[in-house]
Design a binder for this molecule. Sequence first.
Ligand code: ADP
Length: 451
Amino acid sequence: MARRVLAWLAITHIALFPAALVGFGAAGALDGAVVLALAAALAAAFVVSGAIGLAGAMALRRIESSAQRVASGELAQRVEGGGLVPELSAAFNELVAALGARLEGAAQERSRLESVLNSSIDAVLAVDQEGTISYANAAAEALFQKPHDELVGTAFGWVVPDEQAIAALRSSREDGKAQSLISERPNHQYLQVVTTPIAGGGEWAALAVFHDVSDVKRTEQVRRDFVANVSHELRTPLAAIKSLIETLEAGALDEPETAKDFLARANQEVDRLVRLVEELLELSKIESGDVPLEREPVALADVIDGAVDRLLPQARAKHVELSYEANDLPIVLGDPDRLERVLANLLLNALKFTPEGGSIRVRAIAEDDSVVVSVADTGAGIAAEDVSRVFERFYKVDRARGSGGTGLGLAIVKHMVEAHGGRVAVVSEEGQGATFTFTIPIAPTSLSTST
Ligand code: ADP
């Protein structure tokens, strides 16, 4: 009876063996004790059942030593020769083969998951119950500028020195709560940090995912600035009109000369409002692409001629010399009305900032695959710190100079030129005049005939 029980115990060990091994295999390490337990159990069964002779003992010895080698990681190990216990050797070999396959599968699965996490553009950190980093993906290495080995084993708080993020991760670890917050880093970088508990993740207790939202933040800021600027630009002429009307009401209406002057000033402010609204509409139309460019083959020389002619009377009145020179220009593909608007904006600015006796020169030349147009004046010029910003919406170099402009003219120029596939640039020094340049690509047919 006792023999039967022991034999049954040995068989039970065999039945449990694969499950135990697979469990350990999945954890990435084989436990030799488990494999040896099998050999011991088998030996015990045979000894007790009295079925073992010298040959049987040798067969068992072979199985035992194979089990030891399997335990040390040699999964290709097989027991040769059946001896007295062929079924046992076959079962052992089958078991080791199955184990190898399972381990292989687990390793593949692991490397697939690793690839998925490493292809994520979001940085991922997993931490243990103490808040020490146990895993970091490739994006985390790039974001925190530390190699994997330096991240793993380091406290989360050292790598992410943000009190809110640390508290969020603690809450995920300890209270099982998911949290989300925005974390600001140096150089105006903003990260959305989402922390979540990991259920059944072994030593991994919580996960922190970092998504870069700097662009979204910047767009929000641009929108806020835009609304603030529009409000300011609308409020200024409206306040002026209101105060003119109030002064008229308070008695100035009875003084014909003053009344006429006030009405003329109110009219100017209304003009400014109309210009602002028109320019805003123009800008939004180009940006939204609602009113696409009406492109056609254009002789840019004619467009420039037209714009220069239109400005000549004002230039003469201000005693500013206005000249235009161009060689034979190839045909460009463009929207003539909008190209004329680009030139008008640049020419009006040049005239506005050039004092009496100064000059404005317009030049156009074909260069590579574009026509390059420049408007150079001898006026006030632009200080170095402002040069890179003059194409921004609402940017005015010196508000106190009171040029009466909206600060939208050059933003419109930039958008229109870029919509044509060209580029804008400015070179200037304060007091030394300014040269604004833009390019418009030459029409492909014109390119092929000119080469
Ligand atoms: P505005 O309607 O105020 O002229 P723009 O967008 O056309 O707006 O120009 C932006 C700013 O760039 C102007 O306020 C002015 O200070 C500066 N600027 C533009 N053109 C010239 C120029 N030719 N010479 C000097 N400053 C210029």
